[in-house]
Design a protein. Structure first.
Length: 422
């Protein structure tokens, strides 16, 4: 690889790592670990299939941005009002509840690391720091932070994974003993696992926003293969780590009497103990810092993604004045709305766990049920008629069609399950 190629690649790298950070937080550290702890390897198929069949729709965000120089949200507007309004409704309907859920998990890891007893104190610190960083520094600061945070967690997770394999299992129950397709209330967990693995499909638009912002930051317009390489590195690293987290939960908790605590601080402590069980107690602070760092990275990326997408979709629908767009005011307002709204959701439902769970489930249901439509829109926007020679090849088109059928089938099944269970 020539020095010029290396320089160009470094200028391109960033959006893919941001995606990985967004995915690794809740869906990996929380859901994948719980999947292994509660079901062994019985749900490993769901993790693998979700990562493979959703891949095209996330990649298409980066592909579209590279080919057109604009975000795929602008492509939704080209498809017609139902698509741009649909994306707006998904964003508004999920942003506060998803951000609040991520914020609560991050707060738990912060309390565990720094010994902060007050949830509100930890939560206020996190939300203020995230908001201040994004509103003042925006993409440049975010890009630099995530690269450091992601590297720390990648190394610590791979090390813990290898040590776990060497150490061996704690429980004696067979890893594939449970039904591969859960029944009853366990279906909700399966849908959540697949729906948010590696993350919700509607967040694919963030890849395009980050790709466009990276081009603005560096002044370098990468080749398509460079943009796709950046995304693939981030995506497949996150996919591999999801399997690592399932393995950690399966080897160290499945078939034992140990259960995760319902409190966020207690859950954080137990996840960290999974690492220290295999690495050694000496590593507790290192792992605690790494786990908090990745959740903090996820939290700040979530705020950035929702703030950025809210600003863009609002400007396209309501024709916000271009001067605000140029000055970044739309983005700053979007971030502020996301941070404040999420904080209020947590504050209002702090003592109402069922109410908070309902809101998160509502956001999850909304994005999951509408995922096939977002997937189809992304697929249509990367056709030859839209982006010419930058369109995907035959294999990607086949995977895309399979993915749309998969998402549609599970959405219909999920709705049927909710109706029959009520």
């Amino acid at each position: 690889m020539s020095s010029e190629t290396q320089r160009n690649l470094l200028k391109t790298l960033g959006p893919g790592i941001l995606f990985a950070s967004t995915a690794i937080g809740v869906s990996h550290l929380v859901q994948s670990t719980q999947a292994g702890a509660n079901y062994g390897f019985s749900l490993l198929w769901a993790v693998i299939i979700a990562n493979v069949l959703k891949y095209p729709f996330f990649e298409y965000g980066s592909r579209y941005a590279n080919a057109t120089g604009t975000s795929i949200i602008e492509g939704y507007k080209k498809l017609g009002k139902p698509f741009i309004w649909g994306y707006f409704i998904i964003t508004i309907g999920s942003m506060f509840f998803v951000s609040a859920a991520v914020g609560k998990v991050t707060t738990g890891f912060m309390q565990n690391l720094f010994g902060i007893s007050s949830t509100y104190t930890a939560m206020t610190i996190i939300f203020l720091i995230c908001g201040a960083i994004l509103i003042s520094g925006r993409y440049k600061v975010l890009d630099g932070l995530i690269k450091i945070i992601g590297g720390v967690l990648l190394i610590s997770t791979l090390f813990a994974f290898i040590m776990t394999l060497i150490h061996g299992r704690v429980g004696t129950k067979g890893l594939f003993e449970m039904n591969w397709f859960p029944e009853g209330d366990n279906v909700i967990f399966l849908i959540a696992l697949m729906g948010w693995m590696p993350t919700a499909v509607d967040l694919s638009a963030w890849n395009s926003l980050w790709t466009v912002e990276r081009i603005k930051q560096t002044g370098y317009r990468p080749k398509l293969k460079e943009t796709l390489l950046d995304f693939r590195i981030g995506y497949w690293i996150s996919a591999a780590l999801s399997i690592c987290f399932v393995t950690l939960g399966a080897f160290l908790m499945y078939g034992t009497d140990q259960k995760f605590s319902p409190s966020m601080a207690g859950f954080a402590n137990e996840v960290i103990n999974l690492y220290t069980t295999t690495i050694g107690e000496w590593s507790y602070l290192i792992i605690a810092a790494a786990a908090f760092s990745i959740m903090f990275g996820t939290c700040i990326a979530i705020f950035d993604g929702y703030g950025r997408s809210l600003a863009k979709v609002s400007s396209l629908i309501f024709n916000t004045k271009s001067v605000l767009e140029k000055e970044g005011r739309n983005y700053q307002i979007g971030v502020a709305i996301t941070v404040v709204g999420s904080f209020l959701v947590i504050a209002l439902f702090e003592n109402n766990a069922d109410g908070f769970k309902f809101l998160v489930n509502f956001a999850q249901t909304l994005s999951f049920v509408l995922a096939p439509f977002i997937a189809w829109a992304n697929f249509k926007l990367v056709s030859k008629s839209q982006i010419g020679e930058s369109s995907p090849g035959a294999i990607m088109r086949v995977i895309s069609i399979t993915g749309i059928i998969f998402l549609s089938g599970f959405s219909i099944y999920y709705l049927w399950f909710l109706i029959s269970a009520s």
